[in-house]
Design a protein around this ligand. Structure first.
Ligand code: FES
Length: 118
């Protein structure tokens, strides 16, 4: 079975009130990050092959902004707009992870520790 897109980038843009202890990806640049991906997709003529979608909460809020790329299953945390060109180059064009941002078991353990303190 083949999906409609070769790569699907989900960028969390979920928004919470400013006093929310969880924080949110909207406050950490989620919308700008998505826009940067859209720009690169268009610049590379990949519209229709690669899709950058606004996502609701991906449940990694405390470590946002959060980006997930499929079908590879790369999850990135603490993403900023400055990271987008590297993620695009490596993960979208080459299918390789950006190790310094890639979520690992350690990332999810850190997330659980933070959540347990809230
Ligand atoms: S608000 Fe972005 S992961 Fe929850």
């Amino acid at each position: 079975m083949k999906g409609k897109y070769d790569k699907h980038i989900f960028v969390c843009i979920n928004e919470r009130p400013a006093d929310s202890p969880k924080g949110c990806c909207a406050a950490k640049g989620g919308k700008d990050i998505r826009f940067e991906f859209v720009k690169l997709i268009n610049q590379h003529g990949l519209k229709g092959k690669v899709r950058s979608n606004k996502s609701g909460c991906l449940d990694a809020c405390e470590l946002g902004a959060t980006v997930a790329i499929y079908p590879d299953g790369f999850w990135y945390t603490r993403v900023t707009t400055e990271d987008v060109p590297e993620i695009f180059e490596k993960s979208v064009l080459k299918g390789e992870p950006v190790e310094r941002l890639l979520a690992t078991e350690k990332t999810w353990q850190e997330l659980e520790r933070i959540k347990n303190k809230l």
